[in-house]
Design a protein around this ligand. Structure first.
Ligand code: ATP
Ligand code: MG
Length: 304
């Protein structure tokens, strides 16, 4: 299984070489050796990249990431060189493209959780732990944790699930110093993001960061925050005014799409062999509106 219902063809742009097609982003290298990262309107759910795009989704992800990189710049350096497409790029890349330092990515998905839900909840109910970390009794779906926790995972190929790994395993794979730095940065950035989002009516339940190394001019290895940051694709955002622990929380992400795909209306079996169907226009429009609402609430800027 490839994971893509239709794998997109890279675009030909003079001076750029296509290097990777991710689930959402297309990566190119420019003549300076930097990465040109283009966020498409693709959406993945249940380990598939769906055949239907959500108009403007890639622009929302890129603009929101750029906004967050600024908010976080005093805590951690990041990979952004420019928030604009390179000269000669197609008009379609406007708003969705960043030029980034090409980093050696650390092969760890750096997850921070401040609230209990999802796979964390399932483990908690079985063992009163999340990723092996002991938690108090009495927590329910949506409860705030006593303090945020670092629950790293290994990155999966398209179509596979990320796998939670103990901190000790991260230390074994990337070294004790890098592991400690990842944990410290992940928790610091999460906490900053949580506080900013909370002031704007959004609960940042959990999120995933990716970091990469570059060798600085003095020969020192530097860890930079890379990829996308604190977007609805990389995070669980809950409307704070509807937060009610003890039930699944409404959220600002692909929930509309997941709900439709698993409803009888879609006619699709997510455990079967068939790829998912096209989304109805109404599901596309509601999903688009949800991404834009998250952008507007967080940044305070009207989407245009
Ligand atoms: P995959 O690429 O494995 O399908 P994904 O679906 O999450 O994962 P996208 O978000 O679509 O990927 O694409 C972004 C890709 O670019 C990721 O593989 C990410 O690790 C990588 N990446 C992000 N920032 C950088 C950077 N500064 N240097 C090198 N690679 C980066
Ligand atoms: Mg990604």
């Amino acid at each position: 299984m490839t994971g893509f219902v239709d794998k997109p063809e890279p675009v030909q742009v003079p001076g750029l070489v296509h290097v990777h097609t991710g689930k959402v982003r297309d990566l190119y290298r420019n003549e300076a050796g930097d990465l040109v990262v283009v966020a498409s309107d693709r959406l993945s759910a249940y380990d598939w990249v769906l055949p239907t795009e959500i108009p403007d989704k890639g622009r929302v992800l890129t603009q929101l990431s750029l906004w967050w990189f600024d908010q976080l710049a005093d805590l951690v350096p990041n990979h952004v060189i420019a928030g604009e497409p390179p000269p000669g790029a197609p008009a379609e890349w406007e708003g969705r493209t960043m030029i980034c330092r090409s980093l050696r990515m650390v092969p760890v998905e750096c997850v921070a959780r401040g609230y209990l839900t999802g796979s964390g909840l399932a483990e908690y109910e079985a063992s009163r732990t999340v990723c092996g970390l002991a938690l108090p009794e009495g927590l329910v779906d949506g409860s705030e944790l006593p303090a945020p926790i670092f629950t790293p995972a290994t990155k999966a190929e398209v179509g596979e699930h990320d796998e939670n790994v103990p901190y000790e395993e991260v230390a074994r794979r990337v070294g004790a110093d890098t592991a400690a730095e990842l944990r410290q940065l992940t928790l610091a950035v999460y906490s900053r993001g949580r506080d900013i989002a909370r002031e704007r009516g959004i609960i940042l339940a959990d999120t995933k960061f990716e970091f990469g190394h570059e060798t600085a001019d003095d020969g020192e290895e530097r860890l930079l925050l890379a990829d996308e940051v604190l977007t609805p694709d990389s995070s669980r955002f809950w409307p704070a005014d509807q937060w009610e622990p003890g039930r699944p929380q409404p959220s600002f992400d692909k929930q509309i799409v997941r709900d439709w795909l698993t409803s009888p209306a879609s006619g699709w079996d997510r455990h079967g062999e068939q790829p998912p169907p096209e989304l109805p226009a109404e599901v596309v429009e509601r999903t688009r509106a949800r991404y834009i609402e998250a952008y507007e609430m967080l940044t305070g800027v009207r989407w245009s």
